[in-house]
Design a protein around this ligand. Structure first.
Ligand code: SF4
Length: 567
């Protein structure tokens, strides 16, 4: 039997690194075989793929793929679904509708979603991608963004947060740069001691949630160049609170000075920062201060935020959608994306107040949903433009859209009124926040912190509570590929205090929710904290949401919880 085969190349859309993803497709008669190919000439990844990228083709035929529209979790015909949604939409005024979108959209689709909102005269248009990394869309201004070659040629690098769970392959250019010259320096700041700490010249193990404060300390330690950018008043304000910063972060001031000294004297460097779900209580400050650090550092210093995705900013933060639903002002919500609201189970109770809820998804919902779920192709089955760390890139379909799915364009065409707006919508990737406001917020923020209680300080404490941190995995993708979701990591000292041994079954109790885990004792987690995977919805539901008062974006901070042994 002759086997027909063809090679399809696309850009892997599963994180922002933009690896070339070639797949050989073989038609074997009764089935299609897809094999990964590895092209050593590929510019970004030289033929390498991470575990997530290697498993990308699994998404195409995954058994959880949604192949029929659902209404209240039951299959329904496309024609009925679209005509009923269109009819229901007509019953609302524009102010009663919200339109949202997340990461499973090309930039062309996002443009068409904004056009659809314009046509309906809907003003409430938000992104429903609620990961903390979305805060990197807010910027203090003229930040110089690094290209891959800037990382490779760096003489000094500062990594803040677990960037490798987002982009595993970025470790190669970082370590290549570090080992290119023995005088090159690699610094690492995190509240969890990941394996990467062993590669750093210096690891600053800051207390949970104190990363923004430590970055503020670094800004102050830059001295004259920081004073020039921030102005005297801001600079002096930060210098004054330096002792408090050092104490809250649990860091030695000399270590901050050493990093500042390296960054001031070594000419070429990059700052890389990333945030995890359930690990950062002030993602806006984290994002702005990390970018500001690159702006105040002398010499050729650049910034980059390794992330899973970068989604254009909405007209409003998603928190505003929640508020207006709760006030009974918004009665219909249409979301274009993937696996929403299951990725954010804490959002689901708010949706119960809606008369119309429509969402698109590539997988079946893992939670019961009241309303419509419409199957769409994944990015691996689309053509169009996506954002990567290195700019815009195009994707090619690796396969036909899964049976029963419809493209976003088709869905919009069927439910729209046909009154197209004359104006092309403006899609914004970055929003600037004034430096004086950033420093003012940072100083206010530090006022609310106290030593030894830097994180989750506003949450009511109750006895032997521990800080619960979220941990994302390098191979995690919407709970599909992994995972260690039943493991709870705990420091040996904390475990001993609580009489917990490795392998014990433990119950984690957070407010009115609880879940059983298997204890994994490891010194990588800080004392009096525990960490759990946030790759699956049944763990993510343990983290309540908050709304950022400045951007109205949703925040998912760490939370306090109690442990009890299960007999
Ligand atoms: S590093 Fe990112 S782009 Fe590259 S293969 Fe992995 S998920 Fe895909």
């Amino acid at each position: 039997m002759s086997i027909e085969s063809k090679l399809i190349k696309t850009t892997c859309p599963l994180c922002l690194y933009g690896c070339e993803l070639p797949i050989k497709v073989e038609n074997r008669g009764d089935f299609i075989l897809r094999k990964n190919e590895y092209n050593p000439q590929s510019a970004v990844n030289q033929g390498r793929l991470c575990a997530r990228g290697n498993a990308a083709k699994v998404i195409l035929d995954h058994k959880k793929r949604l192949t029929s529209p659902l209404f209240n979790n039951k299959n329904i015909d496309w024609v009925i679904a679209l005509s009923q949604i269109k009819r229901q939409l007509k019953g609302f005024s524009p102010g009663e509708i919200a339109i949202t979108y997340d990461i499973n959209n090309t930039l062309e689709e996002i443009t068409s979603i904004f056009s659809f909102a314009q046509e309906l005269r809907v003003d409430l248009v938000s992104r429903s991608y609620l990961e903390p990394e979305a805060f990197f869309s807010y910027t203090p201004g003229e930040v110089k963004y690094a290209e891959l070659k800037d990382i490779e040629q760096s003489k000094v690098l500062l990594v803040i947060g677990d960037i490798f769970s987002k982009i595993p392959l970025i470790s190669k250019p970082i370590l290549d740069a570090k080992y290119a010259d023995r005088n090159n320096r690699l610094y690492y700041i995190d509240s969890v001691k990941t394996r990467f700490a062993g590669f750093a010249n210096k690891f600053l193990w800051t207390k949970p949630g104190t990363e923004p404060l430590l970055i503020l300390g670094l800004i102050a330690a830059m001295g004259k160049s920081a004073r020039e950018v921030l102005g005297d008043k801001n600079f002096i304000g930060i210098r004054k609170i330096m002792p408090k910063i050092v104490e809250i972060c649990g860091i030695v001031e000399q270590d901050i000075e050493e990093i500042a000294q390296s960054f001031s004297t070594i000419p070429k460097g990059v700052i890389l920062a990333s945030m995890d779900f359930g690990k950062t209580d002030n993602p806006l400050l984290f994002s702005l201060l990390a970018q500001l650090l690159s702006m105040v550092t002398p010499g050729d210093k650049m910034f980059i935020s390794p992330a899973l995705a970068s989604v254009p900013i909405g007209k409003n933060g998603f928190g505003e959608v929640i508020e207006r639903i709760n006030q009974n002002k918004v009665k219909g919500l249409i979301n274009f994306g993937n696996n929403f609201p299951c990725d954010y189970p804490e959002i689901t109770p708010h949706l119960k107040n809606l008369s119309l809820f429509v969402t698109t998804s590539i997988f079946g919902q893992s939670l019961p949903i009241t309303g419509w779920t419409l199957p769409v192709p994944s990015l691996l089955e689309k053509t169009g433009t996506i954002n990567t760390l290195w700019g815009k890139d195009t994707i090619q379909p690796l396969a036909e859209p899964v049976n029963g799915s419809k493209h976003i364009f088709d869905i919009i065409e069927h439910i729209s009124s046909g009154n197209e707006s004359k104006f092309k919508p403006r899609i914004i990737n970055k929003s600037i926040i004034n430096i004086n406001d950033i420093i003012g917020n940072a100083l206010d923020y530090i006022e609310t912190r106290s030593v030894g209680e830097a994180q989750v300080s506003q949450q009511k404490s109750n006895g032997n509570e521990l800080i619960v941190l979220g941990e994302e995995s390098a191979f995690g993708y919407r709970g599909i590929f992994e995972n260690n979701a039943n493991q709870l990591k705990i420091n040996p000292i904390t475990a001993q205090k609580q009489d917990i041994k490795s392998g014990d079954s433990v119950k984690l109790i957070i407010n009115d929710k609880e879940k059983e885990f298997i204890a994994n004792i490891t010194p990588s987690v800080p004392i009096d904290a525990i960490s759990i995977s946030v790759d699956t919805s049944d763990n993510r539901i343990l983290f309540p949401i908050q709304i950022d008062s400045i951007t109205k974006e949703v925040i998912i901070p760490p939370i306090k919880g109690r442990l009890s042994k299960v007999n």
